[in-house]
Design a protein. Structure first.
Length: 214
């Protein structure tokens, strides 16, 4: 029997005494007072029990998403270990073979564009390893530019199309990759933009032994 039931029983007993005892006004009033007293206690305890039953324990705080994101980000950014470096090189080699683009060229573009950071974002909104603009990503079916494989697939495919457009001229393809085909076509060569010219020179210097047209 819980406290609410016990107090209810006592209340009923007191109430019964109040109705049955009629010897004097003083006694009757005393019994009624006691019945009311126990009734008040019963009501207070029932309200307390109701709160205990209806109140649910607060949910535990969710796992700190910022910490999880930071951990994942750190892992994705860390290409210093030989295993991760080798894995990325294997992906680049496979995608290069798929599109007929020298893996060394892809690696030089990745190095110059993002320094192998898959989460890199430029001031103009280019994303990922090969710094794909949203329009380019959409055109080449890249749904997530921060996914390394998707990004390399889209960027390499785009680079291949530029190489075809400029008949294998790597310098012009790189200039178009950086400044856009429209700029290359407009100037009929590498545009007179300091950034684009430095971009092309840096990658071409990194290629060294690869045959190319300048």
């Amino acid at each position: 029997m819980n406290i609410a039931e016990l107090l209810l029983l006592m209340q009923l007993q007191q109430a019964g005494s109040a109705w049955q005892t009629r010897n004097s006004n003083g006694e009757e009033q005393n019994n009624i007072f006691e019945a009311q007293f126990f009734s008040n206690i019963l009501q207070a305890n029932l309200q307390a029990d109701s709160r205990i039953e209806t109140e649910q324990p607060a949910d535990s705080a969710p796992e700190n998403q910022n910490n999880v994101t930071a951990e994942v980000t750190a892992k994705e950014k860390n290409f210093s270990s030989s295993g991760e470096k080798q894995s990325l090189e294997e992906i680049i080699r496979a995608i290069g073979q798929k599109y007929g683009v020298d893996p060394n060229l892809i690696k030089e573009v990745v190095k110059t564009e993002s320094d192998f950071n898959p989460l890199a974002v430029s001031s103009v909104g280019a994303k990922g390893l090969m710094q794909l603009m949203p329009g380019t990503a959409t055109a080449y079916g890249v749904q997530n530019s921060f996914d390394s494989i998707q990004n390399l697939e889209g960027g390499t495919h785009f680079l291949k199309d530029l190489l075809n457009r400029y008949q294998g001229n790597i310098s012009l393809a790189l200039a178009a990759y950086n400044a856009g085909p429209g700029a290359v076509d407009k100037y009929d060569g590498i545009p007179p933009y300091a950034e684009t010219q430095a971009y092309v020179k840096k990658i071409m210097a990194g290629l060294k032994g690869i045959d190319h047209k300048v």
